[in-house]
Design a protein around this ligand. Structure first.
Ligand code: NAD
Ligand code: UGA
Length: 461
């Protein structure tokens, strides 16, 4: 029996649910989409007439929301109503690393997923296609099935896995023009219903269908491979610093080999973001749970190398500043985990700053998109010292020139384009001498800065 999809509900209006549903709504004006979330503030922000106040910043997103909102795209806190009315339900809730009990610090916390499944089971009175959009451990669909198929009612549920591969900062482009769309499932008609939605704007050759487990595992594997490339080039960056090789030249030289490819070879202060670490930890946990120790150890090394990269970047600042940063002003440019997003989850900046605060440095943060309070919340979450001490030692500036004034050193931790356009001569004049720059993104030009009198250090040079 073919399915006709007229109404979609998506549970979870976050970084994935928000942009994904906005793009589907824009591309499929005949489908009514309701994005629901239990976070009332987030829903209010999605409904804010001032498009600059949307809860998520992504280039191009506000135009799409402006086009589709209140036409066929709706944001609501009424989860039950949206579930009941929908033909297809996407689950796009968070799946963080568990911070309690068995698997603490490693396994994915599936409580939000399970809550959604139970709510769908309780509320549904007509057949539904349930789509896993969140990133999940392989075989999660088996648990969802067991919840949804044991309700005692006559309602039929079909489960699909449709992991999302968008990257933050380029979410809209990635959704409009994806490398591939992956759909895993068991029921052909249910798979076809989702294929038909994407086929509205995605070339059919790019829509890949697999079994449920391959789809679930492909998502974790894709993130593990991407993160592994960053850790691999970061490991080489340290060797470059010792040997006089230049990591950018090495990356270019290896990347021109089409078997290796040039993308994702940018050495950095370490990868951040809500997913790479969590998904690899999850993969490691799954491998251990099947007693595959070598597989687990292999992937765990990607995380260990990333932790090392953040740590050694901070250590280098301390060592270069004559082994003490106590009472020294250090400007941090960039707090988001990458440019063009206001997301700070697992940002390398948090860990570098925390390390410097442990040494009693006086840090001043500037980021073009991250609100001041978020910086404090991120630091306090680590629980490294009393909050009052964090707030005494750290401050946030709205002006980059203020952040850098009288600083002993500047650490560039996010690759925001605007940093390249600053008046670096003015910044140099306002700083203490010697004036150090630690470029964790290799964003700036060594020759230009050295000419201005900076002592310039960059990852991998
Ligand atoms: P998020 O935290 O931004 O959004 C999740 C939302 O779900 C939150 O607003 C939360 O309030 C809501 N929620 C949780 N439980 C709920 C419930 N029972 N009912 C209603 N609302 C509920 O998370 P995100 O970044 O959008 O990630 C979601 C999933 O997508 C994760 O599994 C993640 O791994 C995956 N993913 C994320 C990205 C990314 O770039 N952020 C990319 C691909 C995949
Ligand atoms: C990543 C993947 O790229 C997406 O495909 C995936 O959907 C998503 O995770 C997810 O599952 O959440 P995202 O974390 O948004 O997307 O951003 P990336 O562009 O992958 O960057 C991740 C981190 O790696 C950033 O801190 C970035 O600065 C760093 N990075 C990336 C490098 O240091 N060097 C590189 O060459 C590339």
């Amino acid at each position: 029996m073919a399915f006709t999809i007229k109404k979609i509900c998506c549970i979870g209006a976050g970084y994935v649910g928000g942009p994904t549903m906005s793009v589907i709504a824009q591309q499929c004006p005949d489908i009514q989409i309701t994005l629901v979330d239990m976070n009332t503030e987030r829903i209010a922000a999605w409904n804010n007439p001032d498009l600059d106040q949307l809860p998520i910043y992504e280039p191009g997103l506000s135009d799409i929301v402006a086009e589709a909102r209140d036409r066929n795209l709706f944001f609501s806190t009424d989860v039950e109503k949206a579930i009941e009315e929908a033909d297809m339900i996407f689950i796009s809730v968070n799946t963080p690393t568990k911070n309690y009990g068995k698997g603490k610090g490693m396994a994915a916390d599936l409580k939000y997923i399970e809550l959604c499944a139970r709510q769908i089971a309780d509320v549904a009175t007509s057949d539904k296609i349930v789509v896993e959009k969140s990133t999940l451990p392989v075989r999660t669909a088996a648990a969802l099935k067991s919840i949804l198929h044991n309700t005692g009612s006559s309602v039929n549920f079909h489960i699909l896995s449709n992991p999302e591969f968008l990257a933050e900062g380029t979410a809209v482009q990635d959704l409009l023009n994806p490398d591939r769309v992956l759909i895993g499932g068991e029921n052909k008609e249910a798979i076809q219903a989702l294929v038909d939605i994407y086929a509205g704007w995605v070339d059919k050759d790019r829509i890949l269908t697999t079994n449920l487990w391959s789809s679930e595992l492909s998502k974790l594997t894709a993130n593990a491979f991407l993160a592994q490339r960053v850790s691999s080039i970061n490991s080489i960056s340290e060797l470059c610093e010792k040997t006089g090789a230049d990591v950018q030249e090495v990356a270019k030289a290896i990347g021109m080999d089409t078997r290796i490819g040039s993308k994702f070879l940018k050495a950095s202060v370490g990868f951040g973001g809500s997913c790479f670490q969590k998904d690899i930890l999850n993969l490691v946990y799954i491998a251990r749970s099947y007693n595959l120790q070598e597989v687990a150890d292999y992937w765990e090394q990607v995380i260990l190398m990333n932790d090392h990269q953040k740590q050694r970047f901070a250590d280098n600042i301390i060592q270069t500043l004559f082994n003490t940063v106590n009472g020294k002003k250090i400007a941090i440019l960039g707090w988001a985990f990458k440019k063009d997003t206001n997301d700070t989850r697992e940002s390398a900046a948090i860990y570098v700053a925390d390390h410097l605060l442990n040494e009693q440095a006086d840090i001043h943060v500037y980021d073009p998109k991250v609100p001041a309070e978020k910086v404090f919340v991120d630091l306090e979450y680590l629980n490294s010292r009393p909050d009052a001490e964090t707030r005494r030692l750290a401050s946030v500036s709205e002006d980059p020139y203020e952040a850098c004034k009288d600083a002993h050193a500047i650490a560039i931790l996010t690759e925001w384009d605007e940093f390249k356009t600053y008046d670096w001569a003015r910044i140099k004049r306002s700083m203490k001498s010697p004036s150090f720059i630690f470029d964790g993104r290799k964003l700036l030009e060594r020759a230009q800065l050295e000419e201005l009198g900076f002592v310039y250090y960059a990852i991998g040079e």
